[in-house]
Design a protein around this ligand. Structure first.
Ligand SMILES: Cc1cc2nc3c(=O)[nH]c(=O)nc-3n(C[C@H](O)[C@H](O)[C@H](O)COP(=O)(O)OP(=O)(O)OC[C@H]3O[C@@H](n4cnc5c(N)ncnc54)[C@H](O)[C@@H]3O)c2cc1C
Length: 215
């Protein structure tokens, strides 16, 4: 029996890995990436798995949480980790990469996969009949964020969540995301990679975050 094609929205870190893992297991994949046709407030290239701020994949010291996560990914055959090791730059106890080479290598690996069709377009609606992996990240385009909000609202209202509760969840996520963004923008870059700082002009806005539902 032929398996259904899996649609993956976003070729960032999560989407690129998911697409590659599906394809390696014989599953046909349609990978949607809106860059460079439409960009986000933080990304600067059309490459897949572009790291938007720090070039560090965090600690490589045994028995730390970031190490454990990487070790689990390595044992699961992660493409990203293999490429990260190849593109590593000196960073003490952390695993840091040359972000340009890293993204270029991921893009090349994905482009070589015969079971993968890459579509450079913005996805604005989700086909509810098929299998779709939403990996559009924290800077999801506004139209898709609206669609995710619509589907989440439909699902949560079926489970008895009120519109007010749904709005509170969205607000909490926005606050958490803002905190994460502030920390990320003030974090020092790890030496060896390409240093990147946002000017006020390029500093990401909250354009990709869905507005809370009004009850
Ligand atoms: C400003 C900023 C700084 C950050 N700094 C750090 C950091 O220093 N360290 C860290 O660990 N994490 C950081 N993060 C979090 C970081 O984004 C994640 O760690 C990581 O990139 C998430 O991977 P992802 O695959 O989920 O999303 P992303 O890597 O963002 O990939 C999502 C992809 O989906 C695409 N996309 C979005 N909407 C659509 C659409 N409608 N149709 C098609 N494609 C679409 C985007 O173009 C993008 O390529 C930062 C985030 C932001 C916003």
């Amino acid at each position: 029996m032929k398996m259904a094609t899996v649609k993956i929205i976003g070729a960032g870190l999560a989407g690129a890995e998911a697409a590659w893992q599906c394809a390696r297991r014989g599953v046909e994949v349609e990978l949607f990436e809106m860059r460079p046709v439409r960009t986000t407030p933080a990304h600067q290239t059309g490459d897949f798995a572009e790291l938007v701020c720090s070039n560090s994949l965090k600690s490589d010291s045994e028995n730390t949480a970031p190490w454990l996560l990487k070790e689990e990914m390595r044992r699961a055959g992660s493409m990203l980790l293999e490429i990260a090791r190849e593109c590593a730059v000196p960073a003490g106890h952390a695993l840091a990469v040359d972000r340009v080479t890293f993204a270029a290598r991921v893009t090349e690996m994905i482009s070589r996969e015969p079971r993968m069709v890459v579509r450079r377009e913005e996805v604005t609606s989700i086909d509810e009949g098929g299998i779709t992996v939403v990996a559009s990240g924290p800077l999801t385009s506004e139209a898709l964020a609206g669609e995710i909000g619509r589907l989440s609202w439909a699902a949560s209202s079926q489970q008895g969540t009120s519109a007010a509760e749904a709005a509170l969840h969205v607000e909490a996520e926005i606050v958490a995301l803002k905190r994460c963004e502030t920390q990320a923008l003030s974090a020092p870059d790890v030496s060896g990679g390409t240093t990147k700082r946002f000017s006020d002009k390029s500093k990401p806005s909250r354009a990709g975050v869905p507005a809370p539902h009004k009850p």
